[in-house]
Design a protein around this ligand. Structure first.
Ligand SMILES: [Fe+2]
Length: 226
């Protein structure tokens, strides 16, 4: 809600919204309906990848019309969503069939750059508890994208914190939560006092990515260092 309010009140405009998973905390149809009331206000194309808290079948039913692990082609870039959802698990796995699907999509890409979107971090963040619930088969993902230099960027959610580093020549970008944040580099689960946020991603036709995190100060949150 805070993020949508902020977007509506500002001047910056997007072409697409990519929701990087954990759209609900409670596994209910009602939760997805409540989310949709807010996200539909944006009036933008939506792409979704599932997180560990999501129930993919419910998500797809209630967010019908939103792209689910889909792709979006723009000037010079193809954006591709992939699932790391593993039923009953908090950590993430890219199933063999999903890896094959992404490989097939990469073979057919006709743009000069690709960004992948997934829920679980594909790299270690230096946070003991979070790294234990990241993407289990990171090596499989990097083996795949290593064969397709067109993949320039990977964007993840899950970690409720900002992140922007390179791994194997690929820019790895983490997006904070639109709700509560987790403290980076903590050994145990620790909430941060940073406010809700979203990430603006501007994919340039020349293959460059300009991106920034927008922290949203509200009367209900206090940011000590944002
Ligand atoms: Fe998650």
């Amino acid at each position: 809600m805070d993020v949508v309010d902020h977007y509506e009140q500002g001047d910056w405009r997007a072409d697409l919204v990519f929701l990087t998973g954990d759209l609900v905390q409670d596994d209910t149809r009602e939760a997805y309906r409540n989310l949709r009331v807010v996200t539909d206000r944006l009036g933008l194309p939506m792409q979704v990848v599932p997180g560990n808290h999501d129930v993919p079948d419910l998500l797809r039913e209630e967010l019908a019309g939103y792209g689910y692990c889909g792709s979006f082609r723009g000037a010079g870039w193809t954006l591709i969503g992939l699932s790391t959802h593993a039923p009953g698990r908090v950590d993430g796995v890219i199933a063999p069939g999903e890896l094959a699907r992404i490989e097939d999509a990469l073979i057919r890409v006709d743009t000069s750059a690709v960004a992948l979107f997934l829920h679980h971090p594909p790299v270690r963040l230096g946070s003991v508890w979070m790294d234990a619930i990241g993407l289990r088969n990171r090596e499989s993902l990097f083996e795949l994208v290593g064969r397709f230099p067109v993949v320039r960027v990977i964007v993840f959610g899950h970690a409720h914190q900002t992140f922007d580093e390179h791994e194997s020549g690929i820019r790895i970008v983490g997006t904070p939560s639109t709700g509560r944040q987790f403290r980076p580099r903590s050994d145990e689960f620790t909430l941060d006092d940073r406010p809700p946020a979203y990430r603006r991603l501007e994919f340039r036709p020349n293959g460059r990515l300009d991106t920034e995190v927008v922290w949203i100060r509200t009367s209900r949150h206090y940011a000590s260092d944002a």
